[in-house]
Design a protein around this ligand. Structure first.
Ligand SMILES: N[C@@H](CCC(=O)N[C@@H](CS)C(=O)NCC(=O)O)C(=O)O
Length: 210
């Protein structure tokens, strides 16, 4: 299998961490959404990452859909409960985290892909408010489960996604981690694991292809 995308992306990283945690091997293509846009489009019509190319050549796109496939293939090692309240609660936390990630990425793209005179501060402020709202909600969930995993008794997809998004925002947006102490504690616990350390990358500002 081939995983396309850089590990500074929280979407790519949550897929990479998950594959490691369930024991799946992959080759990595460290392609940038800026400079390698055309190479990525050869596998994904949207030109986005993550893209996971299966051994039969099928290219899976969109991190949630890829994680769904990983969980199905992982069987008992799955990272998201198959049914019930644990699944619903985890999906809600993941949705909040991913929403915060999308609004973080949009702030970066406003600066990278738009000329300076076309950047719109009120839009950036709205994104910042949304990111803060998302992290505040995750902080409440982490505080309620302090010292434990977000759902259940072992690490799961909610922990992985919350950590990948939080670490990304801290690196890329200089998010004030001290404002979210319980989330920071969860992230520190996850980041200490080999599966996270193996796919850690400094944030790299994409450069649009010429
Ligand atoms: N909803 C998508 C979001 C993926 C995403 O936004 N990836 C970024 C990299 S962090 C990307 O491909 N950006 C290029 C673009 O959207 O044109 C997912 O979960 O996979």
């Amino acid at each position: 299998m081939i995983l396309i995308g850089m590990f500074d992306s929280p979407f790519v990283r949550r897929v990479a961490v998950s594959m490691r945690l369930v024991g799946m091997d992959y080759e990595h293509r460290n392609w940038s959404v800026g400079a390698d846009f055309d190479r990525i489009r050869a596998y994904n019509p949207l030109g986005r990452v993550p893209t996971l190319v299966l051994d039969d050549g099928t290219a899976l796109v969109e991190s949630a859909a890829i994680l769904d496939w990983i969980d199905e293939a992982a069987g008992e090692r799955r990272l998201l409960a198959a049914t019930g309240l644990a699944r619903r609660n985890a999906l809600q936390l993941m949705a909040i985290a991913i929403g915060a990630a999308e609004k973080s990425v949009l702030q970066i793209y406003e600066r990278v892909f738009r000329p300076a005179d076309k950047q719109h501060e009120p839009w950036l402020d709205r994104c910042r408010t949304q990111v803060q709202g998302g992290f505040a909600e995750l902080e409440r969930a982490c505080a309620a489960r302090a010292g434990s995993w977000l759902i259940g008794e072992q690490i799961g997809q909610a922990d992985i996604t919350a950590t990948c998004v939080f670490s990304f925002a801290r690196d890329a947006l200089k998010l004030d981690a001290a404002a979210y102490p319980h989330l920071a504690a969860l992230a520190a616990r996850c980041e200490a694991l080999p599966a996270f350390q193996a796919v850690r990358a400094e944030f790299h500002t994409p450069t649009p292809a010429a």
